[in-house]
Design a protein around this ligand. Sequence first.
Ligand SMILES: Nc1ncnc2c1ncn2[C@@H]1O[C@H](COP(=O)(O)OP(=O)(O)OP(=O)(O)O)[C@@H](O)[C@H]1O
Length: 247
Amino acid sequence: MSNTDFTLAVEDLTVSFDGFKAIDALNLYIDRNELRVIIGPNGAGKTTLLDLICGKTRATGGSIKFKNEELTRMAEHQRVRLGIGRKFQTPSIYENLSVFQNLEVSYPEGRSVFGALAFRCTEAVRERVQAVAADIGLGERLDTEAGLLSHGQKQWLEIGMLLMQEPELLMLDEPIAGMSARERELTAELLQRICRNRSVIVIEHDMEFVARIAHKVTVMHQGKILAEGPMDKVQADPKVIDVYLGH
Ligand SMILES: Nc1ncnc2c1ncn2[C@@H]1O[C@H](COP(=O)(O)OP(=O)(O)OP(=O)(O)O)[C@@H](O)[C@H]1O
């Protein structure tokens, strides 16, 4: 297949589980600095699609190109190294470590690699931790034990841990689940900030939030794409109303 300018180009992607096609010949193209939201009914294949892109699940067929590199046969950790970050619904922060330490251990060439040689590198790490902490709204909480943060702050910290690796594609599964109205608002602002330097894919069910953040919306149904485009167009599409929004 040809080279593209897209950050991510998914073509003819298929995965079968015991003959059931959870993703069925799907095409998806994500631009640089684009914030794409994927919506669709339960079981549409949204999470499976992200699993295929990050390497948690192996494709049965088709192609996933990230910056024109074929990912389908690559291990999960190689995809992380190439610049793909994925946040799952349950936060996996270290509750006993401070905000600073959680971010520090997520630095890709962290202490373990440089060991005692790390002194000069430490300044760079510290600066990066501070920049990311400011980005996620935790700049004043660097010394706070992560376990003491609010639910929303824990979610932002995990996003920060991914940002430490400077991913070019960040994927988030229902990032505002369980958040207060204020936390949702701050998360929308955070996502708008972080997609300025990278592509972001978000799975979301809250349509108000989708309208607030999406550059473009992709609607999935039965492992395929049902509709795609700007939110107002997708929302007015009778097929989308029929299978998803009307319920
Ligand atoms: N490892 C697996 N083995 C068998 N079937 C699977 C597996 N993973 C997903 N499926 C099936 O694939 C379909 C798509 O599931 P998926 O979780 O991707 O949907 P979803 O759109 O994310 O739904 P939700 O909104 O409920 O999270 C479902 O029918 C699910 O049961």
